[in-house]
Design a protein around this ligand. Structure first.
Ligand SMILES: O=C(CO)COP(=O)(O)O
Length: 249
């Protein structure tokens, strides 16, 4: 049975006050036991969110080394030591704006697993790649490259998030059919390239998910939850999406 995960990626938003309010709202919410809820605050708000019995906490990024003279960077070991359980790796905003390559992503995924974190490997095609028709190949390449440093057992500790770049922050969501098609493809790639791992790995959908479209997307057979950006900044909306996920899956 795969984990049903609803994760909120705050990106570079919020404040100490915002984090305190979100903490209170999530601590007081009733979450279904069928769902694993995770929040990814900016680094400086992580401490406010740690230690809840309602949700887990992750970092939005990590470095490619565990320690050393890398001013300003944060390693997977430091993230795990602080009490986080998850880390996002290879988000499209980092790939596009900060030049993160598949090689860098693979190294971060490996180090995250070594530190005891669950990496959430983010993949997804751009609008050009979608329109050119080879989006499944693009996503397949990102998945295989991102996991290539892992052993067979380690692969099963990863979560994958499919986030079509054209649907992120644009209000344009992939249709349920479009999302399900890519999720099924990722699962079959994971099964064939990593010895049946696809049946154990949760694959989340991300890209303009909100309460209005959550039921349709999260009801798909190969969609095991969501990675929510903008809508996760509103506690009511985020909690509603968690409830919809439990009801529709
Ligand atoms: O990038 C995302 C989550 O990581 C999705 O962002 P939006 O939900 O704001 O489109």
């Amino acid at each position: 049975m795969r984990n049903l995960v609803i994760a909120g990626n705050w990106k570079m938003n919020g404040s100490q006050t915002f984090a305190q309010e979100m903490r209170e709202a999530l601590d007081n919410a009733e979450f279904s036991e069928r769902i694993t809820t995770v929040v990814f605050p900016p680094f400086l708000a992580i401490h406010t969110m740690l230690g809840s019995d309602k949700f887990a906490v992750g970092a939005q990024n990590c470095y490619t080394e565990q320690s050393g003279a890398y001013t300003g960077e944060v390693s997977p070991e430091l993230i795990a030591d602080a009490g986080c359980q998850y880390v996002l790796v290879g988000h499209s905003e980092r790939r596009t704006l900060l030049g993160e390559t598949d090689q860098v992503v693979a190294k971060k995924v490996k180090l995250a697993v070594s530190a005891g974190l669950t990496p959430v490997l983010c993949v997804g095609e751009t609008l050009d790649e979608r329109e050119s028709g080879n989006f499944k190949d693009v996503v397949e390449q990102q998945v295989v490259a991102g996991l290539k440093e892992l052993s067979g057992d380690e692969v099963k500790q990863v979560v994958v998030a499919y986030e079509p770049v054209w649907a992120i922050g644009t209000g344009k969501t992939a249709s349920a059919d479009q999302a399900q098609e890519v999720h099924a493809h990722i699962r079959s790639v994971l099964n064939s390239a990593f010895d049946g791992a696809g049946d154990a790995i949760s694959i989340l959908y991300g890209g303009s998910v909100k309460s209005e479209n959550a039921a349709e997307l999260l009801g798909c057979a190969d969609i095991d939850g969501g990675l929510i950006g903008g809508a996760s900044l509103n506690s009511k909306e985020f909690i509603t999406i968690c409830r919809i996920a439990a009801d529709s899956h």
